[in-house]
Design a binder for this molecule. Structure first.
Ligand SMILES: Cc1ncc(C[n+]2csc(CCOP(=O)(O)OP(=O)(O)O)c2C)c(N)n1
Ligand SMILES: [Mg+2]
Length: 676
């Protein structure tokens, strides 16, 4: 009879998760009850039989990662976190979706212990998991030694119909298949329901065949599998045994399972079931309809024991790591520094300083400069890995001394993301969530549009992928309107927590990389030119401050300035020329290089005042992009030379001229400001 009891307690535990979820949604009168009800058994199998985690140390490095890609089913995850003993209480569950609670509507990284990634925008979590799987392979290749599998964890996830309808999932799945990520296992909650009803109305493709075509290991479990622990268990077992391909297990479930009137309907998806229906659900599962948030003692104990077993796993790993430290002290130290977000000592000594002779006639594009910087520092930063969305020759982001990441070469540091910007952004997030990895991804600035959702999520999570966006303005020339960014700078700057840096020349580009690599609480976008710009040798001007200040006085006139010219990126060279011409006209002009609004905003008031004194209100900002937002810095007494329409197809210098980015026009605008 012992086995019957074991089965009973498992069933009761699963049903407790279902009812906790239903109660929390009912109390909040908001949320998604139906999916936790249908997916509780598959989650239970993962949490009790497969996943290695320690609730008392959610950041244990070799823990398995869990991603709930369908983040709307958050109560499923919160229930398991609470029941297995993470720092989450029943009161937290009762505060589901309330202000400042630790149980927000969708799982949020950094908010709730045990949440690995912020999910909610469908498809993102799925693609993030692929980044996590890549990161695990990288860490293993870098740190594991014979007898020391320091990193051998898996990435588990649950995804939904909506996740797999989204394009980003297709891009990411294609990439994961290409890379043969055998450490990745997704359970697909095949419940046939989305918000508008049955998936028949819009999604009749054979998902299993699709994933087979991507090169995945696919298992399709039929009717009844949603509640069949043994069937799910066998499938996960087989998925784990598959080492050369990512796995997906399609499990047929019924949304709102246990709700007599709402099962299999879209009504169970996104709103509270209703007081009466909740009672019927409790009856169905043999719970007391009069009680809410009931957690049977034996269920609590059962899950707690599972959680406690995880502590033991971590202890074993720690013991292994101690032996590893004794044998490989340098590698152990390297990893421990990475855990603290510290970079190897003296890495910045490898940053190049550019002289006029490094360019052609003293000119070098910031993209080429960026490539030189990257290749100079790569050897001293083993965690710096990345690539481009099929544009590495144009973005100059290839690491010349390193191979490409693949199934056969998991230590490769170059990534060929393919023409999949959206997946690249999401994969970078999964990589960035892994300590020890600093990922970068490159494309043309205009195609930042194709990866905006994961950029926003990186900013929300305050994680630190680095974006290398080249071909940053109309200056790119002949490719024309479709490729010329106009509104992208202000659009990117409008995202909270992001740092946008548009360096003026090769030397600012080196400092921009330095700023990016030392920035640990949010993504950084490096915005670089296609065309050559003058190299500004250090010491050429009497400068005050540098790129790390966001804005600084690059060139000061001989007497008190009457006017401030502000330039960013390629326009700094232009305003420097204008400064000279204005001097010939008897006008004393300060030139401020302003590569980053966000870095400037972090400076103290005193510094800001020194760069932009209240007494000098005549200011002209020059930037080849939308003028929106610049009035904060130029004040009502100033002006902006920007762009308010789409670009043109012509050689870059001609396009610049067409849009008024000439020395004469800058000088005329400056004079107009001064009334001369
Ligand atoms: C990118 C994105 N678009 C739209 C939504 C809004 N939304 C939330 S859940 C959902 C449908 C979910 O269907 P499914 O993924 O099958 O989840 P289930 O109803 O089965 O839980 C939609 C459209 C979203 N969260 N993300
Ligand atoms: Mg569904």
């Amino acid at each position: 009879m012992a086995t019957t009891t074991a089965i009973d307690i498992e069933q009761k535990s699963i049903d407790t998760v279902r009812i906790l979820s239903v109660d929390a949604v009912q109390k909040a009168n908001s949320g998604h009850p139906g999916t936790p009800m249908d997916a509780a058994p598959m989650a239970h199998v993962l949490w009790t039989r497969y996943m290695r985690y320690n609730p008392k140390d959610p950041a244990w490095p070799n823990r398995d990662r869990f991603v709930l890609s369908c983040g709307h089913a958050s109560m499923l995850q919160y229930s398991f976190l609470f029941l297995t003993g993470y720092d989450l209480t029943l009161d937290d569950i009762k505060q589901f979706r309330q202000l400042h609670s630790r149980t927000p509507g969708h799982p949020e990284y950094g908010m709730t212990p045990g949440i690995e990634v912020t999910t909610g925008p469908l498809g993102q979590g799925f693609a993030n998991a692929i980044g996590m799987a890549i990161a695990q392979k990288e860490l293993a290749a870098r740190f594991n030694k014979p007898g020391f599998d320091i990193f051998d964890y898996h990435i588990y996830g649950i995804c939904s119909d909506g996740d797999l309808m989204e394009g980003v999932a297709s891009e990411a799945a294609s990439y994961a298949g290409q890379l043969g990520l055998g450490n990745l296992i997704f359970l697909y909650d095949d419940n046939h329901i989305t918000i508008e009803g049955n998936t028949e109305i819009t999604f009749r493709e054979d998902v299993g065949k699709r994933f087979e075509a991507y090169g995945w290991h696919v298992q399709v479990l039929g009717e009844g599998s949603g509640n069949d622990l043994d069937a799910i268990d066998r499938a996960v077992q087989a998925a784990k045994a598959e080492r050369g391909r990512p796995s997906i297990i399609k499990i047929r479930t019924h949304i709102g399972y246990g709700s007599p009137n709402k099962v299999d309907t879209a009504e169970a998806h996104g709103s509270a079931l209703g007081v009466e229906e909740v009672k019927l659900v409790k009856k169905f599962f043999g719970f007391d309809p009069a009680q809410s948030f009931a957690v049977p003692q034996e269920v609590q104990e059962y899950y707690r024991l599972v959680g406690e077993a995880g502590a033991q796993l971590e202890q074993e790993w720690k013991a292994l790591f101690e032996q590893y430290r004794a044998k490989y002290p340098e590698l152990a130290a390297e990893y421990e520094m990475a855990l603290k977000d510290q970079l190897p000592k003296d890495w910045e000594k490898k940053l190049p300083v550019f002289r006029l002779s490094d360019g052609k006639d003293g000119m070098l594009s910031t993209r080429v400069a960026g490539g030189k910087v990257l290749n100079s520092i790569a050897a001293s930063l083993p965690g710096l890995i990345g690539g481009a969305a099929d544009l590495s020759p144009s973005t100059e982001t290839h690491l010349k001394d390193y191979s490409s990441f693949s199934a056969l070469d998991p230590g490769g540091r170059n990534f060929h993301f393919g023409i999949r910007e959206h997946a690249m952004g999401a994969v970078l997030n999964g990589m960035a969530l892994t300590k020890g990895i600093i990922p970068y991804g490159a494309t043309f600035f205009i195609f930042s549009e194709y990866m905006r959702p994961p950029v926003r999520l990186a900013a929300i999570m305050k994680i630190r992928p680095i974006y290398v966006y080249t071909h940053d303005s109309i200056g790119l020339g002949e490719d024309g309107t479709t490729h010329q960014p106009v509104e992208q700078l202000i659009s990117m700057r409008s995202i909270p927590n992001i740092t946008v840096i548009r360096p003026a020349d090769a030397n600012e580009t080196a400092l921009a990389w330095k700023a990016a690599l030392t920035h640990t609480d949010g993504p950084v976008a490096l915005v670089l030119t296609r065309q050559n710009v003058p190299i500004i040798e250090p010491g050429k001007y009497k400068s005050t401050g540098d790129l790390s200040n966001g804005a600084y006085i690059l060139s000061e006139p001989d007497r008190a300035p009457e006017l401030i010219l502000i330039g960013t990126g390629s326009e700094v060279g232009l305003v420097l020329q204008a400064q000279q011409k204005l001097k010939e006209n008897g006008i004393a002009t300060r030139v401020v290089s302003m590569p980053s609004w966000e870095l400037f905003e972090k400076q103290d008031e005193g510094y800001k005042q020194r760069v932009f004194p209240k007494g000098i209100k005549k200011r002209l900002a020059v930037e080849a992009g939308s003028p929106l937002g610049w009035h904060k810095y130029v004040t009502d007494d100033g002006d902006v030379l920007g762009i308010t329409r789409f670009g043109e197809s012509a050689p870059g210098p001609e396009v610049f001229k067409e849009f008024g980015f000439t020395v004469d026009n800058v000088v005329n605008k400056a004079k107009a400001l001064l009334g001369r």
